[in-house]
Design a protein around this ligand. Structure first.
Ligand SMILES: CC(C)(COP(=O)(O)OP(=O)(O)OC[C@H]1O[C@@H](n2cnc3c(N)ncnc32)[C@H](O)[C@@H]1OP(=O)(O)O)[C@@H](O)C(=O)NCCC(=O)NCCS
Length: 194
């Protein structure tokens, strides 16, 4: 039998197509620079490089295919807060490739990861409410509806007082609440905050 090679099988993805993969150590300088760029524009909080390394297993990287190979197009992370909730954070699309579906692809990767782990709710803090709504999230009243673990993280944030970010959640259909879910610890309010 003669096997005829199928040239399409190993072909590189078409130029312009977006793919998402788990981040590696080599991605950290680009992730740091990308978040730093958007933090400088007032769109998100700055994230120090040690924090990116420490949380690197949370991160995904998006790439756009070009004729010379894949090019960095953005980053996003899924950080587990409790058995029933994980936060989409550090989401930043490279400024030259916004509005091409990269952000949506990164959120989809976070959702796939939450489903794989069995976490039924995703949460996000953001100024880009419309984008998250397009990804199926719903705005919450952050004064009343914050999960205790989100609240605990807020209390450690340097921007806690006067925070004007919006909180959104997405319930992942088909993912049940984990069995034997323990109660989360009460948030510890630091001295000087009421
Ligand atoms: C917000 C951000 C992640 C969106 O990523 P993107 O790749 O530009 O968005 P996409 O192309 O995937 O857009 C998906 C959908 O959301 C819409 N959308 C994107 N940004 C939006 C915004 N700021 N407001 C309202 N809708 C928005 C798009 O029009 C698109 O809708 P469609 O599917 O009906 O066409 C990106 O612009 C970014 O990194 N911004 C700076 C950092 C930031 O705000 N991060 C958010 C978390 S802190």
């Amino acid at each position: 039998m003669t096997v005829v090679p199928d040239p399409s099988r190993d072909a590189a993805p078409p130029a312009g197509s977006v793919s998402v993969r788990p981040a590696t150590a080599s991605d950290v300088p680009l992730i740091f620079e990308n978040i730093g760029y958007w933090a400088g524009q007032g769109k998100m909080l700055v994230r120090p490089m040690p924090n990116i390394f420490e949380n690197l297993r949370d991160f995904f990287v998006a790439e756009v295919a070009t004729e010379t190979g894949p090019v960095f197009a953005g980053n996003g992370a899924l950080h587990i807060l409790w058995g029933d909730i994980a936060e989409v954070r550090g989401l930043a699309v490279a400024p030259d490739v916004t509005a091409r579906g990269v952000g949506r692809a990164l959120v989809a990767a976070c959702e796939a990861e939450a489903r794989r782990i069995g976490i039924p709710v995703m949460f996000a803090w953001t100024y880009s409410v419309g984008f998250f709504e397009k990804c199926g999230f719903t705005l919450i009243d952050k004064t009343r509806e914050l999960h205790p673990r989100v609240w605990s993280e807020c209390l450690r944030c340097p921007f806690f007082v006067g925070c004007n970010e919006n909180g959104l959640v997405k319930r992942l259909e088909g993912v049940p609440m984990p069995a034997n879910l323990p109660e989360p610890p009460q948030a510890q309010v630091p001295p000087g905050i009421r």
